[in-house]
Ligand binder design. Structure first.
Ligand SMILES: *[C@@H]1O[C@H](CO)[C@@H](O)[C@H](O)[C@H]1NC(C)=O
Length: 184
């Protein structure tokens, strides 16, 4: 028994939509630094808040200006990703500044967190959000964050875990998020 034309159309549309949803998240997390010393970074899933210097985290040495990238296309929708950087990956716990993001079909939630340490507080850092498909509902929440050198109580980020009101950002899932450490 054959499918009706309407049912075939529905099948076609749902196949098209599932194809589009797989390929639609063009966003990217980027971390760079302008520090005068070596910086070690890692990309991990699960948004850890207390990072141990164990083998489960692969630290990569980053030269100034070297780009660390996490493509949304390589991350499952709904997975929490932390791009974290430290001055000393051998400490325990490791003190890290983190760019955290979670993308879904509807939006990307992201923030900068120093809940697990603030190793770049003296040199400052800044995050930009470049939305390739800006949407009106994110006009207030899709924005940058900036922490001046020496600002230990920065109002743009998570200083503690309940800082949603100041730290949380939302954009579309086509946003390029750039965290620059030691931005001055
Ligand atoms: C990220 O932002 C920094 C500081 O604004 C800038 O120097 C750098 O070129 C940006 N990197 C990319 C890949 O956009």
């Amino acid at each position: 028994m054959g499918f009706s034309p309407v049912f075939k159309t529905i099948l076609f549309l749902s196949a098209l939509l599932s194809f589009m949803s797989v390929s639609s998240a063009l966003g990217q997390g980027q971390v760079v630094h302008k520090c005068s010393y070596d910086v070690w970074c890692a990309v991990v899933a699960g948004l850890p808040s207390n990072i141990k210097s164990d083998a489960s985290v692969t630290w990569v040495q980053q030269a100034p200006g070297q780009l660390l990238v996490s493509d949304f296309q390589n991350v499952a929708a709904g997975d929490g990703i932390a791009m974290m950087c430290t001055r000393d990956p051998t400490a325990s716990p490791v003190s890290v500044t983190q760019l955290e993001y979670t993308w879904t079909e509807a939006q990307t939630s992201f923030d900068v967190s120093v809940v697990a340490g603030d190793p770049f507080v003296n040199e400052g850092f800044s995050m930009t959000a470049t939305d390739l498909a800006p949407q009106p509902q994110f006009s207030n929440s899709c924005r940058r964050a900036y922490c001046a050198p020496g600002d230990a109580n920065c109002n743009d980020i998570y200083d503690k875990s309940n800082d949603d009101y100041q730290g949380m950002r939302t954009c579309s899932n086509d946003v390029v998020i750039n965290l620059t450490l030691c931005s001055g």
